[in-house]
Design a protein around this ligand. Sequence first.
Ligand SMILES: [Zn+2]
Length: 56
Amino acid sequence: MMEIKCSFCGKKEVITKVHKDYRKLARGKNVVYTCETCRARLHFQAVRSQQPQKPI
Ligand SMILES: [Zn+2]
């Protein structure tokens, strides 16, 4: 188990070996980690920015 801090909001989370990024995070300290909340928000923003702006 390892405590990790979200790079965006600073929220601390504990991840276990089952986490897909566990090995990556355990190896390098400069790996950017985003919590569930920020990941969802970033995904939402990415989806929105991909959509072309339609003229009203
Ligand atoms: Zn976060």
